[in-house]
Design a protein around this ligand. Structure first.
Ligand code: FRU
Length: 478
């Protein structure tokens, strides 16, 4: 207990010590969840309870690198404005001394239960993994109850990130990210009557996917009668436009059979096509919406070169997105509450761009939302240049959608791309150093950090063979 309080108080001192430094960063975001100091990674324990949304996060308060993680905590009434809460978990016990790693939250008998991985590193460099529980009556102060699951046979200690839910049969289920002894990634399932005793049901998959060496942060839910397993596999090689980041996040769909095995119907599909996106977590809110938040970062991907490190903080969360299942695909749209952030609006209706014609406007604020409705029949090439740093390009001839940015490491242009049949709609959220592009109302999403020195220009050009008709609306974000 003493150690727990000591660690939490040291972390709070760290926040106070660097408050001015952190807040003076021009790249500090305006409407995204960030760490008060230090490093933030995965969203954890995302849940709504008695109207309030709770979002916990992997947090290293003492440096802008990884280490023994805490669970930081924010709450919100509307998924838009977030309030910092007392630290939920500190790595203070024998079973979590090297990190209270990722996990999830459920409500049972008017208490909040957090399930997380206790990470323990041995002196010889190997590790131990315990799935632990902590309970709270008020959703703010948590009492650790210790491990409920130890490592099963057939798996290495890369065994973590429990996501718990209640099945239609009223039983509790837990899916955990794992590495098999043959060093292939997997996700395993447990079942429980009482949240304390857990029965091991083996892999959640009905057959091997052979997808990488480790699956992190699995999440299982059903949408429109489909079983969907989200996970973040490590060890996939880039292939065409796919798997361009160091690690991936995506999903498979299928039917869960009577033996609790997912019969996969379609191959692994990436959730986000941008540069920074990893370890998302979903929850079902009180309006029965399936909402996802991801980490706007990727482990080991030039994390130590992010410019905000000079100001003692690094990384943020994505905006919350609502998931729907449409035309054999997961669609992701920004939650509608984000519209309450819109302030001054400028609308350009009936824009007609001739070949090589350019239309430009200046953002009043680096935190802005831009919506573009696009009508271009025939072959066209549309280019949107934002703040001299990011470029969105759609080539309808090649059916190719591109997001380019100037790398924050060396300033060179780098790109992420995907095949897209047509482009009719763009919704772009800009913050001081981030961009989230929702393509065709959530058919594809591109998320990225970018660090423009100056410039508030948005330049739209048609450089194809056809003129492009569009309507562009821009809102300043409060
Ligand atoms: C994913 C991850 C998880 C782990 C956590 C540690 O980014 O590696 O697997 O629980 O981060 O911070």
């Amino acid at each position: 207990m003493e150690r727990d309080q000591q660690l939490k108080s040291d972390a709070l001192k760290e926040i106070l010590k660097y408050k001015d430094e952190v807040e003076s960063d021009p790249y500090r975001l305006h409407y995204h969840v960030m760490p008060p100091v230090g490093l933030l990674n995965d969203p954890n324990g995302f849940i709504q309870w008695k109207g309030t949304y709770h979002l916990f996060y992997q947090w290293m308060p003492f440096k802008t690198g990884h280490g023994p993680k805490f669970w930081g905590h924010y709450t919100s009434k509307d998924l838009v404005h977030w309030q910092e809460e007392p630290i939920a978990l500190a790595p203070s016990d024998w079973f979590d001394k090297d990190g209270c790693y990722s996990g999830s939250a459920i409500i049972h008998q008017d208490q909040m239960y957090l399930f997380y991985t206790g990470n323990v590193k041995r002196e010889d460099g190997t590790r131990e993994s315990y799935q632990c529980v902590a309970i709270s009556k008020d959703g703010v102060h948590f009492e650790k109850k210790g491990p409920v699951i130890t490592l099963p046979n057939g798996y290495t200690p890369h065994f973590r990130d429990p996501k718990v839910w209640q099945g239609k049969d009223e039983l509790w289920y837990m899916v955990i990210g794992a590495q098999k002894e043959n060093l292939e990634g997997d996700a395993v399932l447990y079942q429980s009557h009482d949240l304390e005793n857990w029965e091991f049901l083996g892999s959640i998959m009905d057959k091997d996917l052979s997808l990488g060496y480790m699956w992190e942060c699995p999440d299982y839910f059903e949408l429109n009668g489909k079983g969907i397993l989200l996970f973040s596999p490590q060890g996939l090689k880039a292939s065409g436009f796919n798997y361009q980041n160091v690690y991936q996040s995506g999903y498979v769909i299928g039917d869960m059979n009577e033996q609790n095995k997912l019969q996969v119907q379609k191959g692994f599909c990436e959730l986000d096509r941008g540069f920074e996106f990893y370890a998302p977590q979903t929850m079902l809110d009180e309006q029965s919406r399936r909402i996802l938040i991801g980490w706007m970062g990727v482990p080991d991907q030039d994390e130590d070169k992010q410019p905000t490190i000079d100001h003692k903080w690094v990384h943020s969360m994505t905006l919350p997105r609502q998931l729907t299942w449409k035309e054999d695909k997961l669609y992701q749209t920004p939650v509608k509450e984000l519209e309450t952030l819109r302030s001054k609006m400028v609308n350009h209706s009936d824009l007609e761009l001739d070949v090589n014609e350019q239309f430009s406007f200046e953002l009043e604020n680096s935190a802005s939302e831009i919506e573009a409705k696009i009508n271009s029949e025939g072959t066209s090439l549309l280019e949107i240049n934002i703040r001299d740093n990011v470029r969105i390009i759609f080539n309808s001839n090649q059916k190719l959608f591109t997001l380019e940015r100037k790398s924050y490491v060396d300033g060179l242009v780098e790109r992420r791309q995907c095949i897209l049949d047509h482009l009719s709609h763009l919704q772009i959220f800009l913050d001081t150093s981030s961009i989230e592009v929702f393509v065709n109302k959530g058919e594809e999403v591109f998320t990225a950090r970018f660090f423009p020195y100056k410039g508030k220009d948005v330049r739209i050009r048609s450089i194809g063979e056809k003129k492009i008709q569009m309507e562009v609306t821009c809102w300043t974000i409060k």
